[in-house]
Ligand binder design. Structure first.
Ligand code: SAM
Ligand code: DTB
Ligand code: SF4
Length: 346
């Protein structure tokens, strides 16, 4: 029988999970995973950067911060028509949800009005919508909700006590306040963090314990591995042992059993075998498509092959999904007919 979902994990309990023998941890995580999810289904999402670069914040990992020379070309907010064209193309190809990112510290009310217009238009195509725009006021969250926004992504990024070493232009509490506004507006939350920024294992426990102590577990929990970008202060950080990344996924799965755990940024730098371990440990969502916001992601053909090799299939749209990418669906439709995403003929 499934254990009740808890919101009272202590930091010591979470640290003890991280310290379990690897096989023990994976066994526990996979058991929890099977109680709540189809272990062979992975939700696939696609991102679009609708406003790129030029951000005034100083997040030490981010290629879009204006103060770092990273070669990212700043681009102002895309027009409604341009976004709708991308959304329509995604829909025609079979997508059901469209995720839009903007490099803002916090949007101005007039920016939110413009994004609300975009959201209405995208929603009008019959697509689910997701946005990540920085800090929001309660009113701004409500405006987006009224426009038809379904999900809001806002990451806590790391443990409270490590946050000040990564970002100096806002406080941890600012993030928590926005998450309150998002939840109170009735939006679903997508909230996770980044590992591999030089944090300790105990600090990874701190991030996950904070996420699991929120009034509601985020419906979606993105676990990003730092993508090291030249020009950012974190470029050159000692790479994380891949098994510590897998442990982070496993502990997230145990703490937030019903949430979608997204194996998010960093897959391009990750072995297929490590990704397979992540899926076993409870990851059941990925970003699909050659680009995240400004950095690369595995190419589509590689991911198709990976799904086929691991007998994974994309989660059906109705089952709590993000954007289901059409190419995988098309492969599935054209494949063996078992819904496995393989390219074998029927
Ligand atoms: N500006 C908004 C904000 O910070 O909330 C929205 C866009 S921001 C790029 C969204 C998230 O991308 C960040 O919270 C961070 O978790 C993730 N991210 C940014 N740069 C990254 C990197 N180099 N590696 C991994 N994740 C990254
Ligand atoms: C999230 O947690 N990861 C995505 C999404 N939410 C918006 C962003 C990853 C960005 C990686 C760096 C880049 O491509 O600029
Ligand atoms: Fe700006 Fe978001 Fe990048 Fe921070 S993570 S610099 S807030 S775009």
């Amino acid at each position: 029988m499934a254990q009740p979902i808890r919101h009272d994990w202590t930091r010591a309990e979470v640290a003890a999970l991280f310290a379990l023998p690897f096989n023990e941890l994976l066994h526990r995580a996979h058991s929890v995973h099977r109680e709540h999810h189809d272990p062979n289904a992975v939700q696939v999402s696609t991102l679009l950067s609708i406003k790129t670069g030029g951000c005034p914040e100083d997040c030490a990992y981010c290629p879009q911060a204006a103060r770092y020379d990273t070669g990212v070309q700043a681009q102002k907010l895309m027009s409604v028509d341009a976004v709708v064209a991308r959304a329509q193309a995604a829909k025609s190809a079979g997508a059901s949800r469209f995720c839009m990112g903007a490099a803002w510290r916090s949007p101005k009310d007039r920016d939110v009005e413009k994004v609300a217009e975009i959201v209405r238009a995208v929603k009008g195509l019959g697509l689910e919508t997701c946005a990540t725009l920085g800090m929001l006021s309660g009113e701004q969250a409500q405006t987006l909700k009224q426009a038809g926004l379904d999900y809001y992504n806002h990451n806590l990024d790391t443990a409270p006590e490590f946050y000040g070493e990564i970002i100096h232009t806002r406080q941890y509490q600012d993030r928590l306040d926005t998450l309150d506004h998002v939840r109170e507006a009735g939006l679903k939350t997508c909230c996770g963090g980044i590992v591999g920024m030089g944090e300790t294992r105990d600090q990874r426990a701190g991030l996950l314990q904070t996420l699991a102590s929120l009034p509601e577990h985020p419906q979606s929990v993105p676990i990003n591995q730092l993508v090291q970008v030249e020009g950012t202060p974190l470029n050159g950080t000692q790479a994380l042992d891949p098994f510590d990344f897998v442990r982070t996924i496993a502990v997230a799965r145990i703490l937030m059993p019903a949430s979608m755990v997204r194996l998010s940024a960093g897959r391009q730098q990750m072995d297929d075998a490590v990704q397979a371990l992540c899926f076993f440990a409870g990851a059941n969502s990925i970003f699909y498509g050659e680009k995240l916001l400004t950095t690369g992601n595995p190419d589509v053909e590689h991911d198709r092959q990976l799904f086929a090799r691991l007998d994974l299939h994309p989660l059906e749209v109705a089952e709590e999904t993000d954007t289901v990418h059409a190419d995988i669906l098309e492969t599935e439709a054209a494949g063996c007919g078992n819904g496995c995403g393989c390219s074998a003929a029927a």
